[in-house]
Design a protein around this ligand. Structure first.
Ligand SMILES: *Cc1c(COP(=O)(O)O)cnc(C)c1O
Length: 364
């Protein structure tokens, strides 16, 4: 008897998620000082976390022996006030990945079809496959979601559609009017999960207004995260907003204490720290200009980004990735996103970007 024979085929077929290489691992493997390593591989906030969140975490630490509030009352209230949302339409996750998975676990059964774009965030296909549902990957157009083709991919088996806006790893953005037009055409028995992990980085004119669409589209689930601009990736917290009926069912599937108490308290503080988020956004815009000029100078193609990362094209991407590692710079290979000639670099501090640029210059 093999263990594999006990496991459903759709689970055996899941390709493991490949995260950014941790600093400690590179230090071990290449005998480098951890402090000399620049990690630009997981779209983390180079400014760290909001100082307000840090203060709250230190204060909350003595409560760790108690179970967290399974309903995240304080955080729910803070978010409903900040974004003018019905608190009954909110759900919290151990990272927004948890929200994506909860959506899948609530709605999908074996054989259902789930539509997402080529080059879209890897977690959509993972959570789809884990349910024995069938991922329908629609070819991208210029690295962006092709909404016309995605609509055409709908069949009688379609149960869910995932959209990342902006998308990772391409950094592309679907204009709001196009997205709204698409949603208006989708039959209401198909759930649309709109992942807005990078919304905080958008300029005012591009910012999502999707929360205001929730009344119009009862089949819409929006996910947001505290991992990126809010700088809390290690605490694991994100949220979903949808109609209260959907949320009620997702809550039945949710582990009762999926979000820890430090994460809940830190998220409330981070949410209030507008100064930190705007500082993060300014730093990101400056870093984007810095990296784009460098790519232009080096005659490297890159995909214009709406996020805190840029995917750029190089000859022999795996070798360039390795050479960057040797130079103590971690970026992200994205061959698993069907982009074998590209690498993705997260936008870091000015000095970190400079280290990356200098290393890249000597390699290519
Ligand atoms: C980083 C990222 C997330 C965030 O995941 P968390 O689980 O909240 O850390 C979600 N969606 C996309 C597209 C991302 O790139």
């Amino acid at each position: 008897m093999s263990i594999q024979s006990l496991i459903p085929k759709y689970i055996c077929d899941i390709a493991p998620y490949q995260g950014g290489k941790p600093i400690s691992e590179l230090a071990r493997e290449y005998k480098l000082e951890e402090s000399s390593i620049v990690k630009l591989a997981s779209n983390e906030n180079p400014l760290g976390m909001s100082p307000k969140a840090r203060e709250v975490i230190l204060k909350s630490i003595d409560e760790i022996y108690r179970y967290p509030d399974g309903n995240a009352f304080k955080l729910k209230t803070a978010i409903s006030l900040k974004f003018n949302l019905n608190p009954d339409g909110l759900i919290f996750g151990n990272g927004s990945n948890d929200i994506l998975e909860l959506a899948a676990r609530t709605f999908l059964k074996v054989g259902d079809e789930v539509i997402f774009s080529q080059h879209a965030f890897a977690v959509y296909s993972l959570v789809t496959q884990a349910m024995g549902a069938v991922g329908v990957k629609v070819p991208a157009h210029n690295f962006s979601h092709d909404l016309t083709k995605m609509f055409d991919a709908i069949t009688s088996k379609t149960k869910m559609i995932f959209i990342a806006n902006p998308n990772n790893p391409t950094g592309t953005l679907i204009p709001k009017n196009e997205l709204k037009g698409f949603l208006s055409k989708i039959p209401q028995h198909i759930i649309v999960v709109l992942d807005e992990a990078y919304d905080e980085y958008l300029n005012a004119e591009d910012k999502s207004v999707s929360f205001s669409w929730l009344h119009e589209f009862p089949n819409l689930i929006i996910s947001r995260t505290f991992s990126k601009a809010y700088g809390l990736a290690g605490l694991r917290i994100g949220f979903g907003a949808s109609n209260p009926e959907i949320i009620q069912f997702m809550n039945r599937v949710r582990q009762p204490f999926n979000v820890n108490s430090l994460a809940q308290d830190a998220a409330v503080a981070a949410l209030m720290d507008d100064a930190f988020v705007s500082e993060s956004k300014i730093l990101n815009n400056n870093g984007k200009n810095q990296l784009e000029s460098a790519f232009q100078k080096l005659h490297l193609e890159f995909i214009p980004t709406f996020g805190n990362f840029i995917s750029f094209k190089v000859d022999k991407a795996p070798q360039v990735y390795e050479a960057l590692l040797k130079a103590g710079v971690i970026v992200r290979p994205i061959a698993n996103y069907e982009m074998p000639d590209y690498l993705r670099v997260s936008i870091g501090l000015k000095e970190e970007n400079e280290r990356f640029i200098q290393a890249l210059e000597t390699i290519i």
